[in-house]
Design a binder for this molecule. Structure first.
Ligand SMILES: *[C@@H]1O[C@H](CO)[C@@H](O)[C@H](O)[C@H]1NC(C)=O
Ligand SMILES: *[C@@H]1O[C@H](CO)[C@@H](O)[C@H](O)[C@H]1NC(C)=O
Ligand SMILES: *[C@@H]1O[C@H](CO)[C@@H](O)[C@H](O)[C@H]1NC(C)=O
Ligand SMILES: *[C@@H]1O[C@H](CO)[C@@H](O)[C@H](O)[C@H]1NC(C)=O
Ligand SMILES: *[C@@H]1O[C@H](CO)[C@@H](O)[C@H](O)[C@H]1NC(C)=O
Ligand SMILES: *[C@@H]1O[C@H](CO)[C@@H](O)[C@H](O)[C@H]1NC(C)=O
Ligand SMILES: *[C@@H]1O[C@H](CO)[C@@H](O)[C@H](O)[C@H]1NC(C)=O
Ligand SMILES: *[C@@H]1O[C@H](CO)[C@@H](O)[C@H](O)[C@H]1NC(C)=O
Ligand SMILES: CC(=O)N[C@H]1CO[C@H](CO)[C@@H](O)[C@@H]1O
Length: 314
């Protein structure tokens, strides 16, 4: 829990620093850090039409501020922030490039108004308590390179508008409680490198165009109800592929031998499908992989973590 609080603080301060170029204070009383982080967050909010933050003032302890949940064991420490439908005009922060709020307890929906942060390049909300659909308004974020919403309590489908996010190179919608088909529009994202859609209820066939995005490094659709064949030429169409996770789906056919042409492949894991043949043995023999799958799985391939991403490089 302590770590998530530090992350919350860091996230807020980081965001604040991006906005204002003010370095974070170096020495702060331990029980004041969360309050100061919240004050920084408050300062970044330009408009508060419903007065959601008016109780965020000096005469009230921060644990009694609207939308704030503090811990029981450490009563000064914020463990949750829920400001859904409060009309907070985050969208006024036109210059915002980075939102880094992973691994906290943010509740409520993803604010539509983020669509107005037209310079946003990095949106990481992994591992929160967010609910609702992925808002269509985000389709305007043409500079967005990273859309990371994994490990939340979302619902609905993967919206076709993601095909309009032409700068996107990493997408995490893993563990998001999504269903329906992967939209064909995803194949329009010609610079995709990390595609992480594992542990949802996605069904139907993987759009064939996705297997044709030559930049892909990491492709995980594990633990869904996806079906169909893996294209025979995948080893040639995905020459940069390092990680391929197909396990626990309804895939049929054989795993293509062309994968032996994917010279960068480091790890592949595909059990619990309806594949035929003796691929496991054949692949190990033919591909000479560093066959570290079991280790990878236990290290959390079904848990979304930031460690698997390229970091924000400004
Ligand atoms: C997320 O927070 C939890 C609880 O504080 C912590 O145990 C975990 O290591 C954090 N995960 C990451 C990826 O930082
Ligand atoms: C921090 O601790 C001091 C001393 O116990 C106390 O007076 C102060 O109210 C605390 N601040 C917060 C924000 O809890
Ligand atoms: C501070 O918050 C309390 C609780 O909402 C409110 O009653 C009070 O008017 C606020 N004070 C100021 C100066 O806004
Ligand atoms: C997460 O949301 C659930 C309801 O969906 C709620 O019961 C729970 O308290 C929330 N957790 C935190 C840490 O805010
Ligand atoms: C994608 O962008 C085009 C051009 O701006 C627009 O016409 C279309 O409706 C968008 N598609 C989706 C699914 O949002
Ligand atoms: C998939 O759907 C079933 C039935 O609606 C549900 O019980 C299950 O939790 C879902 N799994 C995921 C990973 O969302
Ligand atoms: C894949 O790319 C090749 C060559 O660029 C093209 O001929 C083929 O139609 C593409 N297939 C799909 C399904 O996009
Ligand atoms: C590997 O690539 C070579 C050269 O492009 C091609 O001739 C060969 O058929 C490929 N092997 C497989 C198994 O696809
Ligand atoms: C563009 C957009 O979605 N604007 C909305 C931002 O939030 C305010 C308050 O909820 C709405 O009134 C705007 O329509």
């Amino acid at each position: 829990m302590a770590r998530s609080l530090i992350v919350l603080y860091t996230a807020l301060v980081w965001w604040w620093c991006y906005l204002c170029n003010i370095p974070p204070a170096s020495s702060i009383m331990p029980n004041e850090t969360d309050r100061l982080a919240l004050v920084a967050f408050q300062a970044a909010i330009v408009q508060d039409p419903f007065g959601a933050l008016t109780s965020w003032n000096h005469s009230v302890h921060h644990c009694h501020w609207n939308g704030i949940l503090c811990g029981r064991r450490h009563p000064d420490r914020v463990i949750g922030l829920t400001l859904d439908s409060q009309g907070l005009e985050m969208g006024r922060l036109f210059r915002l490039q980075t939102i880094e709020f992973s691994n906290n307890s943010f509740g409520g929906g993803i604010p539509n108004n983020l669509s107005r942060c037209l310079k946003l390049e990095w949106l990481n909300l992994i591992d929160n308590n967010l609910t609702g659909n992925i808002p269509a308004e985000l389709g305007t974020l043409s500079r967005l390179g990273t859309l990371a919403l994994g490990t939340n309590k979302l619902s609905g489908t993967i919206p076709p508008f993601i095909g309009n996010l032409s700068s996107l190179y990493q997408i995490s919608l893993a563990e998001c409680n999504l269903h329906g088909e992967i939209p064909e529009e995803i194949a329009r994202l010609r610079g995709l490198r990390y595609v992480r859609l594992f542990v949802n209820n996605l069904s139907g066939k993987v759009p064939s165009g996705l297997y044709n995005i030559s930049t892909i490094i990491w492709l995980s659709v594990a633990d869904n109800q996806l079906e169909g064949n893996i294209p025979p030429e995948i080893g040639s169409t995905l020459p940069n592929l390092k990680f391929l996770y197909l396990f626990t789906n309804l895939f049929t056919g054989t795993l293509p031998t062309s994968l032996s042409n994917a010279s960068k492949l480091e790890d592949i894991y595909f059990p619990e499908n309806d594949f035929s043949g003796t691929m496991a043995r054949d692949l190990r023999k033919h591909l000479g992989l560093r066959y570290s799958s079991l280790q990878m799985i236990s290290a959390g391939q079904c848990r979304e973590t930031l460690e698997n991403f390229e970091v924000f490089d400004g």
